[in-house]
Design a protein around this ligand. Structure first.
Ligand SMILES: O=C(O)CCC(=O)C(=O)O
Length: 251
């Protein structure tokens, strides 16, 4: 599948899957870096998350402009998109971001619609963010806590109720991303999704990179005071530097 086909899948279905993005060597370096982050105090992060992972070495930095993921993100979000956040997720037995949700605070949808109104197919739903999740461990079946997603739900115009299970007619549409280490799922965070509960004895490790349109704020803790370390910028190629937010907008 080429870049435009992946971009089209994100537009129509709200997600796309890209296989074999990472080499065995990259997977092993990233996994080690994520484990190191989880061995440190979590600070303000929830127990299963760690942030600003590009601070953990060049293999992490490279994820910001790795092909074909970055080109797919740019095809959807435009040539001035930037990295919005870079979080890692580790879920061990009986944990997972397992409530169906969208990724906005208070589950706020960007384009709200009454539940009984269906968007005309001719109307294109805008996409402001793309989340890309790199599997660093294999998730061969549901017991390993893979991502699940409801195709097309970025167009529903309302968010799932985190307290309830999904109605069966929606749940029946769920796609389970039973991926291998090195595979990536990219999705519009308005698409209903969840990371299922890991019921296996193997920790599940995922590295995320979220891209956003240039007018959406970057989210590196501690927010306004955060500065990207100079050595990371010094060795960044022009595209990566732009993706870190260093560019002049054309006027
Ligand atoms: O772990 C996953 O597969 C999904 C994570 C997720 O839903 C989130 O971080 O919002």
């Amino acid at each position: 599948m080429d870049i435009n086909q992946h971009a089209r899948e994100i537009e129509v279905n709200g997600f796309t899957i890209v296989r074999n993005v990472l080499t065995t060597e990259q997977i092993s370096v990233l996994k080690k870096g994520v484990e190191e982050a989880f061995n440190e105090p979590r600070g303000k992060y929830p127990p299963i998350f760690r942030g600003t992972m590009f601070e953990r070495g060049e293999t992490f930095e490279h994820l910001i402009d790795i092909e074909p993921i970055v080109s797919i993100a740019e095809a959807v979000l435009g040539p001035y998109c930037h990295v919005q956040r870079m979080d890692a997720i580790k879920t061990w037995k009986n944990t997972g971001v397992d409530k169906w949700h969208i990724d906005m605070m208070d589950d706020e949808v960007f384009f709200p619609l009454p539940e009984d109104v269906q968007l005309d197919e001719k109307i294109k739903m805008p996409c402001f963010y793309i989340n890309s999740l790199y599997y660093l461990t294999d998730c061969p079946d549901l017991s390993y806590g893979p991502t699940q997603i409801i195709p097309g739900s970025q167009r529903y115009g309302y968010s799932p109720n985190r307290k309830d299970n999904l109605p069966n007619e929606i749940l029946d549409k769920a796609v389970t991303f039973s991926g291998s280490a090195g595979d990536v799922i990219m999705f519009n965070p308005m698409t209903w999704h969840r990371g299922t509960r890991n019921e296996s004895d193997t920790d599940r490790i995922v590295q995320g990179v979220t891209y956003a349109k240039h007018f959406m704020g970057q989210y590196f803790f501690p927010h306004n005071e955060y500065q990207i370390p100079q050595h990371i910028l010094d060795r960044a190629n022009p595209r990566r530097k732009r993706l870190f937010g260093f560019y002049k907008e054309p006027r």
